[in-house]
Design a protein around this ligand. Structure first.
Ligand code: FAD
Ligand code: FES
Length: 275
């Protein structure tokens, strides 16, 4: 896990910004904002987001903690995020319209580390895990790296998420788009073809664990962006701990969310907050 000094650091405190763009892509909501006072984030970093209005505290409102959301794209101090509404926090964020206020804290956590020159990057993601991989793909292509993108979704509606990456091979659980089956099957085929690679992954915990096992068995290094549930996002609550291979626990918000696969304990999914 990379040292805190290596990463882009968040300015102190929460910033108030304004929604400057929204878009629906399949079941996903994309929104953007100008973050004039924030630094350029790295792919894999995230922000804690809350709407300025109707975010708890009223007599009919559930009090919310901010929600952790990966940065999808960042250029010229414009940030973009993509989310799938799965509960009250993401539903409220998905309702944000042009001109609405957004409170953000970040960029938080570490980011991915680029492969050495001549080593292929295999981006392997699932579901809403496309977000950090989309930004990583753009960064790696700009640096001249060879990049292969493999994405898995549950069905054709969710496979719209493949639009966030260039030239992605797709697998769906129901076979409605791309290859029928798991994205890890695409990964194994790519490693058979050429194993001089680093795997970069973000997605459901079970998928990340399958990639951890493939990395261990093949010896191909993998960087996994964990999405362990987070309460504070900056190291204070210990609600996001994951078990590491040496038996200790680390906070995935400050020691991650990107971790090397071989740093995770074999039982990280069932012990601590990883899953
Ligand atoms: C570093 C990081 C980056 C993330 N990036 C994105 C992103 O770019 N886009 C996006 O849509 N979501 C992202 N998430 C997940 C997002 O933070 C959660 O889905 C969100 O907090 C759910 O809040 P809620 O109130 O909508 O739903 P809740 O009521 O909190 O949860 C709804 C359902 O989702 C499950 N759930 C909640 N949080 C998680 C989680 N972290 N992992 C797995 N299951 C969970 C709950 O068990 C429940 O079944 C990220 C999470 C982390 C930690
Ligand atoms: S979310 Fe609070 S310590 Fe990580």
């Amino acid at each position: 896990m990379s040292e805190a000094a290596d990463r882009v650091q968040a300015p102190f405190g929460t910033r108030e910004v304004t929604i400057s763009g929204t878009e629906e892509i399949g079941p996903y909501r994309v929104f953007s904002c100008a973050d004039a006072d924030g630094p350029q984030p790295a792919a894999g970093q995230f922000y804690m987001l809350a709407s300025s209005e109707r975010w708890g505290g009223g007599c009919d409102e559930r009090p919310y903690l901010p929600r952790a959301i990966s940065v999808l794209a960042a250029a010229d101090r414009q940030l973009s995020f993509v989310l799938e509404a799965v509960g009250p926090g993401t539903e409220r964020l998905a309702e944000l319209e042009l001109g609405d206020g957004l409170r953000l804290l970040g960029p938080l956590g570490n980011g991915f580390t680029a492969p050495q020159a001549g080593v292929r990057a295999i981006l392997c993601g699932g579901g809403i895990g496309v977000a950090p991989l989309a930004m990583l793909q753009q960064e790696l292509i700009a640096q001249g790296h060879e990049v292969t993108a493999l994405l898995g979704f549950r069905d054709s509606e969710h496979a719209a998420g493949a639009e966030f990456l260039e030239a992605a091979q797709v697998a769906t659980d129901d076979g409605s788009v791309g290859q029928a089956g798991l994205v890890t099957e695409l990964l194994l085929a790519e490693l058979d073809r050429d194993a001089n690679a680093v795997i970069y992954s973000c997605g459901p915990p079970q998928m990340l664990d399958a990639i951890r096992a493939i990395s261990t068995a093949s010896g191909v290094p993998a960087q996994l962006a964990l999405e362990a549930p987070m309460a504070c996002g900056y190291g204070a609550c210990y609600g996001c701990v994951v078990k590491t291979a040496d038996g200790s626990f680390r906070r995935s918000c400050v020691d991650g969310p990107v971790v090397a696969a071989d740093e995770l304990a074999a039982d990280w999914l069932t012990v601590g907050g990883g899953g």
